[in-house]
Design a protein around this ligand. Structure first.
Ligand SMILES: [Zn+2]
Length: 532
């Protein structure tokens, strides 16, 4: 055994020596395949990284050319250097050892590369489709039409794509005067002008949107509504369009329906842990009504979807009645109301009750009939989630009683009332210490709060100089326990009490808002703007 190993060892040494000497002798020649391979490999790497930099969303558009030139000459070296600098920075930030951070970074890169490879190559252009799936090109004859038409369609598509990129909830196109139109976007609840267009061009954009939304293009005065979808790669967004004739021409408002609503989670909407626990307990109950209140744009629908996502829809039969359906919920039956076809909330609800539901979701309670059916369902063994347009918990109860609901039915059906508002979150990249008055500083010190932890909005390019990005909800919960149920049933005295309390009923929301100010999430100005 020993002998054979020695022999094979000797053989190996001889062979490798021969190979080495042949390589060495070849290295003297002018043509060297190894050097050539290294050179080709290096050029390939450089080109590969140039392409990566070009398509990377991390490199801002304005810097792409510069980044490309630098990458072309440095190849992977630039990226490696940045990588090591980043790791060193994180080491200082977290206090972990450099090697540990580096290892984590490499794991992250490998995971991203893996994820990128498993994704299908994405079509990066946005395409507008009507309800039957026809593209805007097919409807308007893009391409074979005039050059001008193609330009208008491109402008329409970039306007929509821009709104999606900026997370806008609405796009408003209005005539400013005879010759100009403004395009405004509502982002985080605030409107801002994004561009001004000449009237003629804008009228064509409006016409192309109306065409894809299935509206009558020749009708420019009478209010109309319609809808369309936009597809980019595998992501799809839906839009609702309303048009009307205004003083200097036709105006158009496009509502972006929340395509991500199906993925909202209750833990992330901004509830405190205590509130989350209360809500989770109520959702687990087999029967009773959970009522969400707030004005338009206060995030009621988001909370509703977040609650529905909390429910196991395989073991509980979930049926929703909505206006409109904002996102698809797997394993739930969703019904959209359509007053034109005489499908109202009340009628849809009656049909839902015949389909053996466990959980019923009512998009909005607007009339007595809907309120009554929903409360009766809550009383007869169904969990009912509903929203109502009101300013506070107290005013929601007053509103239901004013609609003509009997106090007995209300007290029996209602389990929880939740009123909410949305606060804009301070931009983490630019927020600065707040300039507080002496009395404010004293006030915070008395409550044992360090005033240096209070921030205010500043503004940078990442938040488009608003100082805010994204929003969080503040909620005021009112559990309808037995004492409260008894009080509601007695009605008269409670009604008077609520009417007087209703005025200061936003104090719960204000308290929640201030907690978020102290946590550095939002500013005092923002809380004042939203809840006064
Ligand atoms: Zn900023």
């Amino acid at each position: 055994m020993l002998g054979s190993t020695t022999v094979s060892g000797l053989l190996f040494v001889t062979v490798s020596r021969e190979a080495a000497s042949s390589i060495l002798s070849r290295a003297d020649l002018s043509f060297n395949p190894i050097r050539l391979a290294l050179l080709v490999g290096w050029v390939y790497l450089c080109v590969y990284f140039v392409q990566r930099v070009y398509f990377s969303p991390l490199v801002p558009k304005n810097y792409k050319t510069m980044a490309n030139v630098v990458t072309l000459f440095t190849g992977p070296f630039l990226l490696l250097t940045l990588f090591v600098i980043d790791a060193a920075r994180k080491t200082r930030g977290t206090g972990d050892s450099f090697l540990l951070v580096l290892k984590r970074q490499i794991q992250q890169v490998v995971a991203t590369l893996h994820a990128e490879r498993s994704e299908a190559p994405e079509d990066s252009t946005l395409r507008l489709l009507d309800t039957s799936g026809r593209s805007i090109d097919e409807i308007c004859g893009h391409g074979d039409g005039k050059h001008e038409d193609a330009r208008i369609l491109d402008l329409t598509e970039t306007t929509i794509a821009d709104a999606l990129e900026r997370r806008a909830s609405d796009i408003l196109i209005d005539p400013k005067d005879e010759s100009t139109y403004t395009v405004r976007l509502r982002v985080d609840g605030m409107l801002r002008v994004v561009k001004e267009l000449n009237a003629e061009m804008c009228r064509s954009v409006i016409s192309s949107v109306k065409a894809v939304a299935g509206m009558d293009v020749s009708e420019r005065r009478r209010p109309q509504d319609g809808g369309f979808t936009a597809k980019k790669g595998t992501t799809v967004a839906s839009f609702r369009v309303a048009s009307a004739g205004a003083l200097h021409g036709e105006k158009l408002s496009i509502r972006v329906l929340n395509k991500d609503a199906g993925t909202f989670s209750l833990a992330k909407i901004g509830l405190s842990q205590k509130q989350y626990d209360v809500l989770a307990r109520q959702i687990a109950k087999p029967a009773g009504m959970i009522l969400i209140c707030g004005p338009t744009g206060s995030g009621k629908t988001t909370t509703l979807y977040a609650m529905l996502n909390e429910i196991d829809r395989l073991t509980r039969n979930v049926i929703t009645v909505e206006d409109p359906i904002e996102a698809v919920l797997p394993q739930a039956s969703q019904i959209e109301i359509n007053p034109k076809a005489d499908i109202t909330f009340a009628k849809a609800l009656r049909s839902v009750l015949r389909q053996d539901p466990d959980v019923i979701c009512v998009g909005e309670i607007r009339d007595e009939e809907t309120a009554e059916i929903a409360l009766r369902a809550a009383q007869t063994g169904h969990l009912v989630l509903a929203t109502i347009h009101s300013n506070s918990n107290a005013t929601a109860l007053i509103r239901l009683l004013d609609l003509g609901i009997s106090p007995l039915l209300l007290s029996a059906g209602l389990n929880l009332v939740l009123s909410q508002r949305l606060l804009r979150c301070l931009c983490d990249r630019c927020k600065g210490p707040a300039h507080l008055s002496d009395s404010q500083i004293d006030g915070f010190r008395k409550k044992n709060i360090d005033p240096s932890r209070i921030f205010e909005a500043v503004g940078c390019k990442h938040c488009e100089n608003t100082g805010y990005t994204g929003r969080t909800a503040i909620c005021d919960l009112m559990v309808v326990d037995d004492t409260l149920k008894a009080e509601i049933a007695k009605s008269k005295s409670l009604l008077d009490k609520l009417r007087t309390e209703g005025i200061q009923s936003q104090s719960g929301l204000r308290k929640e808002g201030l907690k978020k100010v102290v946590a550095g999430i939002t500013s005092l100005d923002e809380v004042k703007r939203v809840v006064g």
